[in-house]
Design a protein around this ligand. Structure first.
Ligand code: GDP
Length: 314
């Protein structure tokens, strides 16, 4: 059994999680991103964690890659009628989950325990850990000033250029014991092909997290979210360029330099292998596009094969 800990954001993270979840010889722990969380209509919404929960419990809307399948929006219709802003497209079934989470938070329960209970009730066998129980929120500065992440991402559809990012609450937050243990005891740590700036950074920059990454004996491998200089979905390439990073696989290596030991890039980006290698990061080239369940499982299997090849070298 390989104890694998996956650091994941929303859609890209959930795709990778689904791949590993299909492998019988993997004991999967996911550390999800909470910095996209925000309150809507008095309820605490945790989009990245919920995308993972909906994906692994088979409830996800496969066309969108997020939200629940067979969803209706009657609660949102009422809120709109009452004059509320309804750009955050929350479905009725989805509302049920937010009500449950918010009620338990108000009762003083730990966010980590609430997430664990939801996962178990939804029949998920993988463990979903939160990196912190504290409130950390990504703020985005655009020409219009500071926005919450969901205002930039959903309301403004990622159109404005990102001028600056700030992770509110990060410096006073701390790593959960569950996240720390799952890093230290892992056989392999994988950084999903999630947005490095807004999904992975607010996880690994939580005080105590990098210390745990330094302490673990497990190889740390990232999967590039960029293929041939483009994202599969979302604003990561645009955000990397506007914040001064290279928007390609080499830029991903530079961004994670000092954190990862291995980087899985696409075959189309083979030309970067030598430069990545010269940074002390071992490059691996594969087809890293996951369009369906088979491709997710194949990529997950290939990552396990990389670990096996390292073990036989020792
Ligand atoms: P979000 O929080 O919902 O935006 O999702 P994530 O941060 O987890 O993932 C977004 C990133 O996933 C984007 O930068 C995409 O390029 C990347 N991504 C999505 N699908 C794939 C895929 O099939 N392969 C790879 N390599 N990256 C992907």
């Amino acid at each position: 059994m390989t104890r694998l800990t996956l650091l994941a954001g929303g859609v890209g993270g959930a795709k990778m999680a689904e791949g590993f979840n299909m492998l019988k010889d993997v004991e999967l722990t996911i550390i999800g991103n909470v910095a996209d969380d925000e309150e809507f209509h008095g309820l605490w919404v945790s989009p990245d964690i919920d995308t993972i929960i909906y994906t692994l419990s088979g409830k996800v809307n496969r066309t969108q890659g997020w939200g629940v399948t067979d969803e209706c929006h009657r609660a949102l219709d009422v809120l709109r009628e009452l004059g509320k802003e309804t750009w955050m497209f929350l479905g009725d079934r989805d509302f049920g989950l937010h009500i449950y989470r918010t009620e338990r938070l108000r009762n003083g329960d730990r966010p980590t325990s609430i997430t664990d209970d939801i996962s178990k009730q939804f029949g998920i066998s993988a463990k979903i850990n939160l990196p912190t129980d504290d409130k950390v929120q990504t703020k985005v500065r655009t020409i219009d000033g500071w926005q919450t992440f969901q205002e930039y991402f959903v309301r403004d559809k990622c159109i404005p250029e990102v001028l600056e990012l700030y992770y509110d609450g990060l410096s006073s937050s701390s790593i959960t014991p569950e996240a720390e243990t799952s890093i230290i005891n892992a056989d392999l740590i994988v950084l999903a092909p999630s947005n490095p700036l807004v999904s992975i950074t607010p996880i690994i920059e939580i005080p105590g997290f990098k210390k745990a990454l330094r302490k673990t004996r497990a190889p740390i491998i990232a999967v590039s979210p960029l293929i041939a200089g483009k994202v599969v979905k979302g604003p990561a390439d645009k955000m990397l360029s506007s914040l001064g990073y290279r928007p390609d696989a080499l830029g991903i290596a530079e961004y994670y330099d000092g954190v990862i030991s291995h980087l899985l890039i696409d075959e189309k980006d083979y030309r970067f292998s030598e430069s990545i290698s010269s940074m002390g990061i071992t490059p691996h080239c594969q087809n890293i596009l996951m369009r369906d369940k088979n491709e997710k499982e194949r990529l997950a299997r290939e990552i396990i094969e990389i670990l096996r090849s390292l073990e036989t070298k020792i």
